[in-house]
Design a protein around this ligand. Structure first.
Ligand SMILES: [Zn+2]
Ligand SMILES: [Zn+2]
Length: 612
């Protein structure tokens, strides 16, 4: 299949033509047995069923000659599939029979989140717009979907919608405003959420409806519904240095504005947010240059500095004088009370109280000591939890894919991902696949846990997971195809399985996958539970230490602590309990939880290679 067929003329056309011929030669393809397809958006209206002698027919003949040359296969006039545009009134044809639009009193029934799946939602929406059609089985059956198309064709709302859209793609917010302003019954005061749900409801019916269906032919979509969601890459996000900071993308700012804006860091554990930049040794001025900061940050260089608005947290800070940042020249200094900026003279009232924690630690190494700027959150102590605010296109896309694939309203999952860069494409594909593995695994774990119908011991989840899924994916090959992580695809048995559709005799791949999944499930609830969209962070399921066990542990050590440790004489039961709970959660989040592979890892001197 060759896309943008019209671009393959001249040298590039010859290139593709030779490639296709080589491919056929290598595969020993007999003439006429390779199906070649060329597509192009720019050829659109120049072809179609025009009578002979017409220029359009000439163009069709020209196109046939062209395709024959490129692909080296026979094409006929009938091979050329064009498009014919049908005007709205011709498409609608019928008289209007349905007028009513669901009113505000139906709002709750329009809410998609009130339904468990697509079928329930569509059935309810149909009932709202067209009343009960109980004699038909559906939705989802051909009969029902065809009948729906006919009903929609005679609904006034579809006509109005087509008039408002006027043959163009329309921003959904503009469309909602148009509906409110132009369709009778939607006053300006009308609830915006209700109108949005109403439009979704109607469009979901249009998407479900089918047309055509001559005997022996497949049904066609009633209308093509295309919903586009545009998101901009959140790269180089900066914040103005002001009392009320504003977040912007550096690419949108003028040099002058960039000089008073700084990159943003935040803690993914506790949400602490602040400015960042670099500071040279003895200088008291933040350098806002983004590339310098990014480099220093990712190299853990001591020049990287973090400035949090407001007062600091922690006892040692009370001894020190407060610091103030000048929003004009980014100069910062310690003073008891704000004074005019000693660098640029900006008045005292404009100075911003900040807290600049010392993040540097001394590291002894074989070649001597070095100073390293850590990314430990100064407020909550989260390890490596201080991250730069922003998200690149690849990560955003991976999240969108996971969202679409996890939705109960997506029963027919398909994905086409485009990249603006050919070299990048296979890397992106690998990235999405690896991320998709994690997201799929998470929903599979969650299903297992929900199936248990109550609290499950962490040590039982892996076993339950295997039992639950091998009941559904009966053959070992199905289990492997569903849950094999991308970094195990190189294994010989997997290659064999892909080729032969079965595992080789005596294969241990199923066991390897099981072992790996045990580890992944354990990490999901412990070591990795706070990084990314985990089951814990998305509020699906989490691990806790049994409260009764912690309580009895606290009870049994309270007296000893009070008697044997001088400073703890006045320790009370509640404080101890809280401390223990927090301490255990921290242990869990750092992976201090028993797992089959961990002893081997520890014996090898905490060598991660031993885990492989
Ligand atoms: Zn934090
Ligand atoms: Zn200043």
């Amino acid at each position: 299949m060759v896309d943008e067929l019209h671009t393959f003329d001249g040298a590039q056309g010859a290139d593709v033509a030779c490639l296709i011929r080589r491919l056929k030669e290598r595969l020993r393809t007999a003439p006429g047995s390779l199906i070649c397809v060329g597509t192009s958006a720019t050829l659109g209206n120049t072809v179609g069923g025009s009578p002979a002698g017409n220029p359009a027919a000439d163009r069709t003949a020209e196109l046939v000659r062209y395709a024959t040359k490129v692909f080296g296969e026979k094409f006929e006039a009938g091979s050329v599939v064009g498009e014919t545009l049908q005007p709205a009134d011709q498409f609608l044809g019928k008289l209007v029979q349905w007028f009513a639009v669901p009113g505000l009193e139906e709002k709750e029934k329009l809410n998609p989140l009130a339904y468990r799946n697509q079928i329930d939602y569509v059935r309810a929406q149909h009932q709202i717009w067209f009343g009960d059609q109980g004699h038909l089985s559906g939705p989802g059956t051909d009969e029902w979907n065809l009948a729906l198309g006919e009903r929609l064709r005679s609904h006034l709302f579809l006509r109005n919608l087509l008039v408002l859209m006027d043959g163009r793609a329309v921003d959904v917010n503009d469309l909602l405003r148009l509906i409110q302003a132009r369709i009778p019954g939607f006053g300006k005061k009308e609830d915006g959420e209700y109108v949005a749900w109403l439009l979704s409801s109607f469009l979901s019916l249009v998407s479900e409806a089918r047309t055509g269906g001559q005997p022996g032919e497949p049904l066609l979509p009633f209308l093509q519904v295309r919903y586009q969601f545009w998101a901009r890459e959140l790269a180089r996000v900066v914040s103005s240095v002001a009392r009320t900071p504003q977040w912007r993308l550096a690419g949108d700012l003028k040099t002058e504005e960039l000089r008073r804006s700084l990159p943003i860091v935040h803690c993914r554990e506790c949400g602490l947010t602040g400015w960042a930049g670099t500071v040279k040794d003895l200088e008291q001025r933040v350098n806002p240059d983004l590339d310098t900061f990014y480099k220093a940050y990712f190299d853990f260089k001591p020049e990287a500095r973090f400035l949090f608005p407001g007062e600091g947290i922690g006892l040692s800070l009370q001894m020190e004088l407060p610091q103030f940042l000048c929003p004009n020249c980014l100069h910062f200094e310690r003073m008891t009370d704000p004074r005019d900026c000693s660098n640029c003279g900006k008045p005292a009232g404009d100075m911003i109280r900040v807290w600049v924690p010392d993040m540097n630690v001394r590291q002894e190494r074989r070649g001597g000591a070095r100073i390293r700027s850590e990314h430990i959150c100064p407020a909550c102590g989260g390890q490596d939890s201080l991250t730069i605010v922003g998200s690149r296109a690849a990560s955003l896309t991976a999240v969108m894919i996971a969202q679409l694939y996890g939705s109960p309203f997506n029963s027919d999952k398909k994905l086409l991902a485009f990249s603006d860069n050919v070299q990048d494409a296979s890397h992106r594909a690998g990235f999405f696949k690896a991320r998709t593995f994690t997201f799929n695994l998470r929903s599979a774990i969650q299903k297992t846990v929900e199936d248990a119908g109550g609290t499950v011991a962490l040590s039982d989840i892996a076993g339950r997971f295997d039992a639950y899924w091998s009941q559904r994916l009966v053959r070992a090959e199905q289990m492997i195809a569903t849950f094999l992580p991308t970094d195990m695809e190189w294994l010989e048995d997997y290659e064999y399985m892909r080729r032969e559709n079965a595992l080789p005799a005596g294969s241990n791949l199923r066991d390897l996958v099981r072992k790996r999944l045990d580890w992944e499930i354990w990490s999901e609830y412990t070591l990795d539970c706070r990084v990314g969209r985990t089951l814990e962070k998305s509020g699906c399921s989490t691990v806790e230490v049994s409260p009764t066990l912690v309580e009895s542990a606290a009870e049994s050590i309270l007296l000893r602590l009070q008697n044997e440790l001088g400073g703890l004489r006045s320790l009370d039961a509640l404080t101890l309990l809280r401390f223990l709970q927090g301490f255990l959660v921290n242990l869990k989040n750092r992976g201090a939880v028993e797992q089959a592979e961990v002893p081997r890892f520890l014996r090898a001197g905490a060598e991660t290679y031993a885990l492989g």
